[in-house]
Design a protein around this ligand. Structure first.
Ligand code: SD4
Length: 345
């Protein structure tokens, strides 16, 4: 037998073996899976997994439960414990989207602990998609949510007092967090990320889940950029900007400077790139490149990170600047944190 023939026969035998092993990662659908922004996504994913691990567990319930987990965390960067606006008030934004293109959101809402669950009620119990401010709060109370006291968490108070010294609106991008080695300085494995001077680093928890039935849903919840103007709303409650789900293709969400994300309809753009056949990471990268192209100089000074998940359970992420991380969980207890690649190094 010639060497060439032997090589060909060996090659033919090897190909099915390789594809069974799913070496190219394209063949089988990996589900269930949940991915979320930041390393604080690990306990969030774990909460979502309590639903996803059940054969009939629904992705929509999973993302709501995950978001509730962090909204419940006192002194965290998300929810009522989060950072206030310039007037010292915490205002919350959130949205949710299911596998049937149903969606709901709340923005500029005060005193309600679980904005993601109010967003779900907007989706399920009203003809609308987005309720804001006092209207959102009233709706929440009508639906049985409790109005919480108007007070800052200890960390937020510290952060606000520190901010008042200069009163400058200067969002801190998370690359500075790494420079301060704050990852190492955090109190516990899942403690929120604070800069040395007491400032919060990020404010948003966004997650995407694919359930056993192959359905995708997403949720995004935030107290928004710290020290924003009163009434300011970012990308996080805006369907198509902060979150988008198309069950035929996949889903995207993210974290970072909301104004920049709204400008390019970020999450919807990433999903459209996946529809064109791009991998989740490549789709995120192309959207980030679009965002940087608008103003390359300015882009060095802000952070945006997208995460995306497709119907096959493949996931990916890309950010403008280094420092963005995301969490991936496919079974209870196996969550891991992955560093996103970035446009600038
Ligand atoms: C906003 N996208 O309000 C949010 C903020 C954020 O980590 O993601 N911070 O613009």
């Amino acid at each position: 037998m010639t060497n060439r023939r032997r090589f060909l026969e060996k090659g033919l035998l090897t190909i099915p073996f390789l594809s069974n092993l799913n070496v190219f990662g394209q063949d089988s659908v990996k589900k269930p899976i949940v991915i979320s922004t930041w390393d604080s996504g690990i306990p969030v994913n774990e909460a979502a997994m309590t639903i996803l691990k059940e054969p009939k567990g629904r992705a929509l319930d999973a993302v709501e439960k995950g978001a509730n987990q962090i909204e419940d965390t006192i002194n965290c960067c998300v929810g009522l414990g989060g950072n206030p606006d310039r007037e010292g008030k915490v205002t919350l934004d959130a949205c949710i989207m299911d596998e049937k293109m149903n969606c709901g959101g709340v923005a500029f809402m005060e005193n309600i602990k679980h904005p993601i669950s109010v967003a779900r009620k907007v989706m399920e119990d009203t003809p609308h998609v987005l309720l804001v401010g006092e209207g959102a709060r009233q709706f929440a109370i009508e639906k049985g949510f409790k109005a919480e006291k108007d007070e800052l968490s200890d960390d937020a108070k510290k952060s606000y007092e520190n901010w008042l010294k200069k009163s400058e609106y200067k969002p801190v991008k998370n690359i500075e967090l790494q420079q301060n080695n704050a990852f190492e300085k955090r109190k516990g494995p899942f403690a929120p990320q604070f800069l040395e001077n007491g400032d919060f680093n990020h404010d948003t928890m966004a997650l995407l889940a694919l359930d056993h039935s192959g359905n995708i849903s997403g949720a995004c919840t935030t107290s928004g950029m710290g020290f924003k103007m009163r009434g300011r709303v970012g990308d996080s409650p805006i369907i198509g900007a902060g979150l988008y789900v198309d069950n035929e293709v996949g889903a995207c969400t993210g974290s970072g400077q909301g104004e920049e994300v709204i400008r390019i309809a970020g999450a919807a753009m990433v999903v459209e790139f996946m529809r064109q056949g791009k991998s989740p990471e490549m789709a995120c990268k192309l959207a980030i490149e679009r965002l940087v192209k608008i103003n390359p100089k300015k882009a060095r000074d802000f952070q945006v990170g997208f995460i995306a998940l497709n119907k096959k359970g493949q996931y990916g992420s890309y950010a403008v600047n280094p420092g963005f991380v995301f969490s991936v969980t496919t079974a209870p207890g196996n969550g891991r944190v992955i560093k996103a690649k970035s446009y600038f190094n």
